[in-house]
Write a protein that binds this ligand. Structure first.
Ligand code: GLN
Length: 493
């Protein structure tokens, strides 16, 4: 039951201090105001910011342990549309904003929202994200950038950056995000919280706007592993409205949480970990390896062919953008998306898309179209699918002998906002892209806070066999007990 979550819930001060000038939330619920209002539990207004954006923001003080946030990609019956932080949808919402906003409120809840509601959890708002979940920085959201609550000159990471920042600053005990390449685990590591996406198909995606369907996962952020077990138990399971959701029974993750990991076989993927240049991150990673050995796990070094690891980013880029092109084709201004009328239907589509999508989205969709075009399909899209298969087979080989693959989550701390103007500059290496392995193979993957560098959180990454979420949670739980980094907040709220 989600009531059991966390030791502290909603903290207003965390919200106020971290987000005084910035918007980790893109929509919130219950009433409207021209600005961002925070109420205490007796409904007294305790904090107000006006004219931050054209949006309306209100948070009512649910002030309990079970408030939660979802990424602005997930549909909800109550409250606002899933804006995906993009103009085509946002402008469409605005068109209808007056007089009757209910026109653009989704007509159903995402499955995950229904499940949480059933448990008595209370939705507080929808979190900011990179436009269409395409990005790693949360600097490309329509509602503005999200900063790192540990240091506001740094990025929170993305694309689920709002969800990460709101948990890291103590606003809510958990939040939901989506992860197509690493969009939960990267920001979780940068923000010092636990981030987990289970096996592909373990959680229903009904009501979640798709990015790349063969890679998309719903997952969560929490401040400790036990909370993650609770949230996962709530969200996992079959949903007949999502034909990709698994019929496998859901184990009782919480009851089965076990810090005894004697005999668990852990593979340290040296091809990735050797790439770390920062000596504190390297020492921290070695310490984690030692702790696991002391706990009785069997830890061994392994490698993967470097050419396969180098192929991870290009393979992902082709597949993700191709699938996105197909998924987002409906945003043509005819039935979906903001319309800019032209003389002919083609002009309308061109004008709507030209006006609606940002430069980075356009370049991704053009790339996707290129890879899917008749002339290129075989040598781009189909080839990428074949390379994906080779990567998955290589991972399957490793899982014949090991239960977990262990790597550093990243070789850096959250970059300065100024350093990431070009979203790709900090992440074109094997080290910064290997989390995508978890998406290509659909593996349960978790990032766990493991220490600090210059006052900024760093993390390790644990990846298990498909549907063996429990092993991943148990190893993380055992590690967390020793590392002593659970329930971290960026500041005292
Ligand atoms: N950074 C990756 C991308 O931009 C991952 C995004 C995601 O996981 N949603 O596509």
């Amino acid at each position: 039951n989600v009531y059991e979550l966390g030791e502290r819930g909603f903290t207003y001060a965390g919200l106020k201090e971290s987000y005084g000038g910035n918007l980790a939330l893109s929509w919130s619920y219950h009433g409207e105001a021209d600005g961002f209002l925070v109420y205490d539990m007796s409904e007294n207004l305790i904090y107000e910011t006006r004219n931050l954006h054209q949006h309306y923001f209100v948070i009512r003080g649910y002030g309990t342990e079970n408030g939660f946030i979802i990424k602005a990609y997930i549909d909800t019956l109550k409250g606002r549309m899933s804006v995906a932080e993009t103009k085509p949808i946002y402008l469409q919402v605005q068109q209808y904003n007056h007089p009757d906003v209910s026109l653009v409120i989704p007509v159903y809840n995402a499955h995950v929202v229904d499940l949480l509601n059933k448990q008595g959890a209370c939705l507080v708002g929808k979190a900011s994200m990179d436009e269409f979940a395409m990005g790693s920085t949360n600097q490309t959201a329509l509602t503005g950038p999200v900063y790192n609550p540990w240091d506001r000159t740094r990025i929170a990471g993305g694309s689920s950056g709002g969800s990460a920042a709101l948990v890291a600053s103590g606003v809510v005990p958990f939040s939901l995000g989506s992860d197509t390449g690493d969009s939960i685990r990267k920001p979780a590591g940068f923000c010092g919280v636990v981030g987990f996406k289970p096996t592909w198909g373990r959680i229903s995606r009904y009501g979640v706007i798709p990015y790349a369907s063969s890679l998309d996962h719903v997952g969560a952020f929490t401040r400790n592993v036990r909370d993650m077990a609770i949230v996962m138990e709530t969200l996992a399971g079959h949903d007949e409205r999502d034909m990709t959701s698994s019929i496998k029974e859901v184990p009782q993750y919480l009851d089965c949480l076990d810090e005894n990991i004697k005999g668990i076989r852990i593979a340290v993927l040296k091809t990735v970990s050797d790439e770390v240049e920062n000596s504190i991150i390297q020492d921290n990673f070695n310490r984690v390896v030692n702790v696991l050995e002391e706990l009785g796990a069997i830890v061994e070094n392994i490698t993967m062919p470097i050419e396969l690891l180098k192929a991870v980013l290009p393979t992902y880029t082709i597949l993700a953008n191709s699938e996105a092109t197909s998924n987002l084709a409906c945003l043509d201004g005819i039935k979906y998306g903001h319309r800019r009328d032209g003389k002919k239907i083609e002009d309308t589509i061109i004008r709507s898309r030209t006006h609606g999508f940002s430069h980075q989205i356009k370049s991704r969709l053009i790339l996707g179209n290129l890879a899917l075009s008749y002339e290129n399909q075989e040598r781009m899209f189909v080839k990428a699918q074949k390379v994906r298969r080779l990567i998955v087979e290589e991972l399957n080989k490793i899982y014949q002998s090991y239960d977990i693959i262990l790597t550093p989550n990243s070789g850096i701390i959250a970059p300065k906002v100024k350093q990431v103007d070009n979203q790709y500059t900090y992440e074109s290496t094997i080290l910064e892209n290997h989390l995508i392995l978890g998406n290509l193979a659909g593996l349960p993957s978790l990032s766990l806070p493991s220490g600090f560098v210059d006052g900024m959180p760093i993390a390790v990454h644990l990846m298990g066999r498909i549907f063996e979420e429990q092993t991943v949670l148990n190893v993380a739980y055992a590690l967390e007990n020793i590392l002593g980094l659970k329930n971290q907040y960026s500041r005292e709220g």
